[in-house]
Ligand binder design. Structure first.
Ligand code: FAD
Length: 458
């Protein structure tokens, strides 16, 4: 196959400004935030401004057998959006319009490049709420969130992205434009192909429009903050919250490495003198909410908090949540970060945290910790000084050992970031050969030319 021929075919079917071959631009948009994942050299970038552009580009790629990688905002943490050598990247960031907010049916119709926070802000103007809130919500796109089945801070109570996707417009691996799902509150006609697309990381189709459920805005939350001198104690407290039957609207863990990195970067005046902080939120209204917040406080104290309180200052509480959201980019400034994303049953959280500590010590690796701890989704962040190749090698071994520990405890290798390139080995350990074969069969049916993000996931 001749690259010039492919480019000519793409150029014939796309407007001139949609096809980009300038190496500086293609390279800058050829990777996500997973610094440790390999990146290929793309042949071209298609910056689509319509579903038809996406379909036309995929048809050309299918004809020539060229790999296609969809890209949202590139905030992924698994290498899913990384370019494949000689492939075409289809960037969806210019498909960025909110097409409809329907307050009666409570849904929004959006193009895939809409930024999560923009949808949330627009829905809020009509007292509506789009719950899935990855910490990347100021940057990541709805298309990327759907393709990774993104989780987030409020998912412990409100579920993950898949719980909100009603219908999709998708370009298949043959370049056909299809509509999946429906706009009604219920519907079971046919296989759940929307569910199959959610979390498929660009390997089964390219999402060009999405209809997502909205909810009424929740009541203002109460925040409970707890300081702990050990991460395992904080895990015990989180488990105690679940045992008490409390369903918080957020239960996040952030350690002192993360807080110090944020303070250094943004100078937020975070004067937290604790090794680990738990941030809990309760959004049940009225007296019930007050009672549950008190119960959560009691669980923090019973779990060994050195200090815990219901926050009386919502601004201060919001600053701590903001610090939690900024922790990842803040740590990235200190050196390449290898992000883990294991998820374990809530009963196993303290044990898993203890194993991560032991692994860090044994391999002499700095592991900072963030977690959506309320649902057992832990983000140990392995950091190597820039240029320290020995530390990098030790971190890679520690990364695999953390996956093994999570699987031993009945967990999964990825709770929300996806498999991409970094977790392919982990996935093959988690799934049986028969189940991996089912994955291959599904891919072959929807992507018969094997061009949609090949080599990602499995
Ligand atoms: C600071 C920070 C915080 C984060 N916090 C969270 C968090 O709390 N929860 C969480 O789940 N993740 C989190 N992430 C990871 C990341 O933001 C999510 O995976 C997000 O959903 C990716 O969206 P994106 O638009 O950046 O997609 P990209 O990174 O561009 O792409 C992600 C994957 O989706 C595919 N894709 C993108 N758009 C489409 C489309 N239209 N059709 C088909 N496939 C597509 C890509 O090929 C790739 O496989 C965080 C990342 C950062 C940097």
């Amino acid at each position: 196959m001749d690259s010039a021929e492919v480019l000519a075919a793409l150029g014939a079917d796309l407007p001139p400004d949609a096809l980009i071959v300038d190496r500086d631009i293609t390279r800058s948009l050829s990777h996500d935030e997973a610094e440790w994942a390999p990146v290929g050299e793309p042949l071209a970038l298609v910056r689509a401004t319509s579903s038809d552009h996406v379909a036309a580009a995929v048809r050309v790629c299918a004809r020539f057998g060229i790999p296609v990688t969809a890209r949202g905002a590139g905030t992924g943490l698994s290498g899913g959006a990384n370019a494949i050598d000689g492939g075409v990247i289809i960037a969806l960031d210019r498909l960025d319009r909110i097409l409809k907010i329907d307050p009666l049916e409570r849904f929004a119709v959006v193009q895939p490049g809409v930024i999560n926070d923009e949808l949330r802000a627009t829905a809020a103007e009509q007292s509506l709420w789009y719950p899935p809130d990855p910490a990347s919500s100021p940057w990541s796109t709805i298309g990327g969130n759907i393709a990774t089945n993104a989780g987030g801070v409020c998912c412990v109570k409100y579920g993950v992205t898949k719980d909100y996707v009603l219908a999709l417009e998708v370009v298949t691996g043959t370049g056909e434009l299809v509509r999946l799902g429906r706009m009604t509150a219920k519907g079971v006609a046919g296989y759940d192909l929307v569910g199959l697309m959610v979390g498929s990381e660009g390997t089964l189709g390219i999402i060009t429009e999405a209809t997502v459920r909205l909810k009424p805005l929740p009541a203002a939350p109460r925040t409970v903050v707890g300081y702990f001198s050990s991460i395992v104690d904080a895990g015990e407290a989180a488990r105690a919250v679940a045992r008490a039957g409390i369903i918080p609207s957020a239960l996040e863990l952030v350690d002192r490495h993360c807080l110090a990195a944020v303070d250094k970067w943004r100078n937020m005046g975070l004067s937290v003198e604790a090794d680990v902080v738990l941030l809990g939120r309760i959004d049940d209204p009225g007296e019930i909410g007050d009672d549950r917040a008190d119960q959560m406080l009691a669980c923090f104290e019973a779990g060994g908090a050195t200090w815990a309180a219901r926050s009386s200052d919502e601004e201060e509480a919001e600053a701590l949540f903001a610090a939690r959201r900024l922790a990842y980019p803040a740590l990235e400034r200190l050196g390449p970060v290898l992000t883990e994303d294991v998820c374990v049953p809530i009963a196993a959280v303290p044990d898993m945290l203890a194993r991560i500590e032991e692994i860090a010590k044994r391999h002499d690796i700095l592991i900072a910790s963030l977690a959506h701890i309320g649902d057992g989704n832990l983000h140990p962040l392995l950091i190597a000084e820039p240029g320290d190749t020995a530390a990098r090698d030790r971190a890679k071994i520690a990364f695999e050992e953390i996956l093994t520990a999570a699987l031993d405890l009945g967990g999964t290798v990825t709770g929300e970031h996806g498999v991409g390139l970094l977790k392919r080995g982990g996935l093959s350990r988690e799934l049986s050969p028969a189940v991996l074969e089912m994955h291959r069969a599904v891919k072959a049916a929807l992507d018969p030319h094997h061009i949609l993000n090949p080599g990602k996931i499995f």
